[in-house]
Structure formats: C-alpha cells, structure tokens
Design a binder for this molecule. Structure first.
Ligand SMILES: C[S@@+](CC[C@H](N)C(=O)[O-])C[C@H]1O[C@@H](n2cnc3c(N)ncnc32)[C@H](O)[C@@H]1O
Length: 279
C-alpha cells in the first residue's frame, strides 16, 4: 500500500486543487448514479418526483404562458426536461454523462416527447441569443470554482435572448452551519465507487474565508491504484449572488427559499433558488 501517498492525500489540499477522477463520467460510477437519480427513496443526485414537479411549476410560473425555448444544463436523465416538454415547451437537455443522456433519449422516445439532448460539457456552451430560459438545477453552481463561474455566466448570458432568465439553485449558509461531515471509511468487495474490492476513505475540509467546503473520497483498490474524487461546494448569500450575477451582465435578481421541501440532505430554507435576467 502506498501509505506515503495516502498520508499526503489526508492533508488539507490547496483550495480548488483537482482530484484524479470525475464521478459523472466514470462508467461504473455513472451507472450507479443513474439508479440514484431515479430512486424515489433519496434526494441524492436528483430530487424526488413530487419535488421536481413542484420546482417545474415554480419555474413556469416565473415566465409568461407562451411556448418557451428552454435549455437544461446538467439535465441528468431528463427528469425536468420531460415535464417541461409535457407542458408544451421546446426543450434541450445538455449533460456530459453519456449514460444519463442514453437513458433520457430512450425515455423521451418511449413517452413520444420531442426533446433535443446533447452530450456536452456545459462550460463549453456556445449558443447565442437563443433561449428564453436556461436552468442549472441541483446546486451544480456550487461545485464550480470562480473561473468556471465566470465562464458559465458569460456563456449563459450570451445564450439567452434579451429578457431571458437564468434559473438555478444554490446552498446558503444554513446547510453549512448545520452539518459538518465527519470522516468515514468503507471496505467492500464491490460498491458505489468500483465493481471490485476497494477501501474508501472519505473526509471533509472547510475553507471558511472562501465559504467553501471540500468533500474528498480516496478510493484504493487491490492493485493499490488510488482514485481521488473531490467535490468543492460553495455557499452563497443574496449579496454574494447579486455581485457575481451583476458582474456578468444579469439584472433584476430574484431569490426564493420557498421552492422545495426539506429532505435528508438539507432543510427547505437551506436552498436558495435564483433568477437572473438578461437585459
Ligand atoms: C446533481 S446531478 C443533477 C441532475 C439534474 N439537474 C437533476 O436535478 O435531476 C448533476 C448533473 O450535471 C452533470 N454535469 C456536471 N458537470 C457537468 C458539466 N461540466 N457539463 C455537463 N454536465 C455536467 C452530471 O453529469 C449530472 O447529470
């Protein structure tokens, strides 16, 4: 066992230094994640059906009734895109998980829904003046570093029509104050991270001044190969969001902590839904 490397990895890393592996596009992990997205027993990966329905109703209540051109970034298996299409809107879903998009395409076909799905990194969004609404749901904004925020907001702003809305959700300080995850370990013959024996060492580090928390998972298999998964989560106040969105050309920001019910991961009020409008 590469004990020196593991001791090294157990130290608090420099903020935003990357891990070695990407959870969403790993073949084994993404197939585990698809089951998690679809499960009605947990709000991990995607929220439960009743919450998604409530969120879609809220999103649509924020736009006038005509047919909208909507883009869902990080659409996963298409749980929001399908409901939006069922409401008569023109919908595109974008995700870099081929596994999730495969599921989404088949599900849309089965339901005779006309939804455009694109397998792509949403940070590379290139559309111009095209969408009425762009969505980024499940606090995905929180996992981006400041450079990625700027890129996402620049590209999203360009892709919206004038008057178009960027709608996303973030964690606020409530969740961070409530739960400081403790270190855990797991030894298993096969599980979430790998379809072979592994040991997983999980821990978290706080970067208080930057309002960032890292969840880190070190996965060691029987060949002594080590994968490091790092999930950076920022939390935001309305003032933080006002500053970032204004800097990137958005105005008339709206905030709501009333959109979704609480669940095993957070209280209802820990999640802020945000709307920024393009001039
Ligand atoms: C937490 S899941 C949420 C899925 C969906 N929005 C929902 O709430 O049901 C995050 C999704 O974003 C996708 N994703 C993460 N980073 C991405 C990126 N840079 N480009 C495209 N998709 C990304 C993942 O593959 C995953 O499907």
């Amino acid at each position: 066992m590469h004990i020196d490397r593991i001791i090294d990895l157990a130290q608090k890393p420099e903020i935003y230094s990357p891990g070695t592996s990407q959870m969403w596009t790993d073949e084994h992990v993404s197939s585990q994640l698809l089951a998690t997205h679809l499960s009605q027993h947990t709000d991990l990966a995607s929220r439960k059906e009743t919450t998604i329905r409530k969120t879609v109703d809220w999103i649509l209540s924020k736009s006038s009734g005509e047919k909208l051109d909507i883009l869902d970034l990080g659409c996963g298996p298409g749980l929001y895109t399908e409901k939006l299409a069922e409401n008569g809107h023109e919908v595109t879903g974008m995700d870099f998980s081929a596994n999730s998009i495969r599921h989404a395409r088949k599900s849309a076909d089965d339901k005779h829904l006309n939804i455009n799905y694109i397998i792509q990194d949403y940070l590379q969004l290139e559309a111009d003046n095209r969408y009425d609404v762009i969505l980024l749901i499940f606090m995905d904004f929180c996992v981006l570093n400041p450079n990625q925020h700027r890129l996402l907001l620049k590209n999203t702003h360009r892709a919206l029509k004038p008057g178009g809305k960027f709608i996303f959700d973030v964690l606020n300080h409530g969740a961070f104050n409530r739960q400081m995850p403790v270190g855990t370990w797991e030894a298993t013959a096969s599980g979430f991270w790998k379809n072979e024996p592994y040991v997983a060492l999980s821990t978290a580090f706080d970067y208080g001044a930057e309002k960032v928390r890292l969840s880190q998972h070190i996965i060691i298999d029987s060949d002594d190969d080590i994968d490091v998964y790092r999930f950076w989560h920022s939390h935001y106040s309305h003032d933080d969001l006002d500053a970032i969105l204004t800097e990137n050309g958005f105005h008339s920001m709206e905030y709501s902590e009333e959109v979704i019910p609480g669940c095993e991961l957070y209280d209802s009020r820990d999640v802020t839904f945000v709307i920024g409008t393009k001039k």
